[in-house]
Design a protein around this ligand. Structure first.
Ligand code: NZQ
Ligand code: ZN
Length: 387
């Protein structure tokens, strides 16, 4: 286990009837609120009314910035920054999934600087005292509600980059599982896959040979993500299943699992971001198309690690090391298929002729994320393994 600092300053209010607290929690931080939300799901499932009522009762002066799209785009972030400045907003409240929360984080950071907010994503500038953020989470997936990351697509360069900074944690996030009852089956599945992938990125890129605490934590989160997703797909308003999935997704990317693992990479995300940037693929669907190929490409480099994953997550105990490793990859791939998520880029209707452009696009992010072992040639090989 490596040295580490674990400090997650985000306050979580978890459970039924927590949404009415968003007003007092937000007004602790500011009065002129920029309310950020998506394309309208919160107006169909009554979350909007609950949030508005709570903010107004607490004395908020509200400016609305709606229309955040899935895979949020820089041009819409710019509009939100102008709105926040013009209305002298001093706090931001995001109500939605990872796209809404990430766009809100970019607005928090971009409103208080003179340079283009994109400079954060290219590593040219660092974050200074962003506006404070509160959130109401409506989709279990990204973990953005409890982490310091944000992912935005530059719609003029078709680049989808992620950036993390300790000042980007939400101050408070409200996690009421009933807010996710209305999430459709496909996005429920994509969200569970995203949570699983956040664990796999750490599990399979750490090089530390002694991480039994983190391994058991990660294996348990993968099992929980799959099992709770299966229960939700059976019964969409199963409160305990939705609660298990929601908390699993937050824990999968809030810094806890990666603490002590040392240097990590996020190769599956680095490649997936190009699918979403160039083809607007839902993030979780892009991941299920990439993960099986990436695992097949890498499993013979770490057969013990893949065999341990197969044994502890899928109870595969017979056969050689390589056979067990292979069984683990196919069991995970079978689960992706079972929950109707694509297991190849072909299934996403992305032609093999697109591979050079995808690899070129991914290389730019690999450079920023300092993933020096991911040359364009290696990314091309992995994408061929994902066909
Ligand atoms: O537009 P709205 O109304 O919000 O509709 C959304 C959207 O259409 C809908 N939805 C959300 N909550 C709902 C609902 N529909 C009905 N009922 C509800 N309660 O679901 C669709 C997808 O929403 P979105 O926010 O895009 O999904 P998700 O939460 O998976 O976020 C995806 C984004 O998160 C980023 C991804 O790159 C992607 O842009 N990520 C952020 C990370 C982070 N900040 O740490 C890490 C992740 O790896 C990920 O990259
Ligand atoms: Zn993700």
């Amino acid at each position: 286990m490596q040295n580490f600092v674990f400090h997650n300053p985000c306050k979580i209010l978890f459970g039924k009837n927590t949404v009415p607290a968003i007003g007092t929690e937000t007004l602790l931080l500011g009065k002129r609120v920029l309310l950020v939300y998506g394309s309208g799901s919160i107006k169909k499932n009554t979350i909007y009314e609950q949030v508005m009522q709570s903010l107004l009762a607490a004395g908020a002066i509200i400016t609305e910035h709606d229309g955040v799209q899935s895979n949020p785009i820089l041009s819409h972030v710019h509009k939100g920054i102008v709105l926040a400045r013009t209305n002298r907003c001093d706090v931001v409240c995001a109500v939605g999934g990872g796209s809404v929360i990430d766009e809100a984080k970019a607005i928090c950071a971009g409103t208080v600087v003179q340079h283009d907010v994109w400079k954060f994503f290219t590593g040219k500038k660092s974050i200074k005292n962003p506006l404070p953020l509160t959130t109401v989470l409506t989709l279990a997936a990204s973990g953005s509600e409890m982490n310091s990351g944000m992912v935005i697509t530059n719609d003029s360069t078709a680049q989808k980059f992620g950036f993390a900074n300790k000042h980007l944690y939400p101050k408070t996030s409200i996690l009421d599982p009933t807010c996710t009852f209305s999430v459709p089956q496909n996005h429920t599945a994509y969200g569970a896959i995203d949570a699983v992938s956040h664990v796999l990125e750490c599990y399979f890129t750490t090089t530390d040979p002694h991480t039994p605490v983190q391994d058991r934590l990660m294996e348990g989160l993968v099992i929980n993500a799959m099992e709770s997703c299966n229960r939700v797909l059976e019964k969409t308003n199963d409160y305990h299943a939705r609660a298990d999935l929601m908390w699993t997704a937050s824990l999968a990317l809030n810094g806890l699992t990666s603490s002590g693992l040392g240097k990590l990479g996020f190769p599956m995300h680095m490649i997936e971001h190009s699918l979403s940037a160039l083809y607007n693929v839902p993030h979780g669907a892009g991941l299920s198309a990439i993960i099986p190929g990436w695992m097949r490409y890498n499993m013979n480099k770490q057969p013990h690690r893949f065999a341990q994953f197969a044994e502890r997550v899928f109870d595969k105990r017979t056969g050689t090391l390589e056979e067990r490793a292979t069984q683990g990859v196919s069991s995970l791939t079978d689960w992706f298929s079972k929950i109707q998520s694509p297991i190849s880029i072909t299934a996403l209707n992305i032609p093999h002729t697109a591979i050079p452009e995808l690899a070129e696009n991914a290389t730019a992010l690999a450079k920023i994320w300092r993933m020096r072992d991911y040359s364009v040639e290696k990314i091309v090989e992995i994408l061929h393994a994902c066909l």
